[in-house]
Write a protein that binds this ligand. Sequence first.
Ligand code: NAG
Ligand code: NAG
Ligand code: NAG
Length: 209
Amino acid sequence: MATQLVVALLALTSLGAASELDCKELVKPLVLDSHSPIYGKWVLNVGSWDQPDLKKDLATVNSSWVELSSSSDSGVMTIYWADRLNDDKCLQGIANATISGMTTHTTFIINGHTSYHDGKYYETCADCLLSEDTTLLPDGQSKGRYIFLFTRTGKLDPAELETFKKQAECLKFLPEYHFGGTDLCPDDREANTTTTPASTKETATPSSK
Ligand SMILES: *[C@@H]1O[C@H](CO)[C@@H](O)[C@H](O)[C@H]1NC(C)=O
Ligand SMILES: *[C@@H]1O[C@H](CO)[C@@H](O)[C@H](O)[C@H]1NC(C)=O
Ligand SMILES: *[C@@H]1O[C@H](CO)[C@@H](O)[C@H](O)[C@H]1NC(C)=O
């Protein structure tokens, strides 16, 4: 009995030691203001989730980019997003995020469906954006969380990926990952504001089927 207890305790302590991460050091939320290093265009490198159910939605995303811009209202930022899905369809849109302290709150309307998201951003590598996204159901309950690491180019050093995995572990995400590709959707805003006829533009723009 006593031996078993000691063995069990030893196993517990060595497990603890093996997975001991300095999470205080690894996970530092950003206070959001117009000087936060979150603005500009970002390409998704890797994402993870905290509920097995959330995997299938992210798995349909072949590539993703976002552009965060501050607005004239310091409490609001604009999020432009563009996802290429596995069926090679591009979805893109724009949303306003209200900022309060370390959290953003955003309503996305995608294909007529409304979803609510709370966002949090963390310190990360240079030229990286680490964001945590909580999807809220209409009753305000959390459906689960994603964590996304974006970079300016979509590329990431292996060492930076390892740090991301530790940060995700600290934040209690599953040790499963989905990687974004670099075949990005073209920016519809550019296509729409250009005065040249559509036929001279990239013909790769997917039809809105
Ligand atoms: C994206 O789609 C291309 C072509 O269908 C495929 O080769 C590639 O593996 C996909 N990438 C991801 C991240 O799903
Ligand atoms: C974002 O806010 C601006 C200013 O209030 C408004 O003009 C615009 O329509 C909003 N955009 C969306 C997508 O809600
Ligand atoms: C750009 O034009 C396409 C095709 O007319 C349209 O589906 C899309 O919503 C437009 N995008 C923006 C950002 O206005």
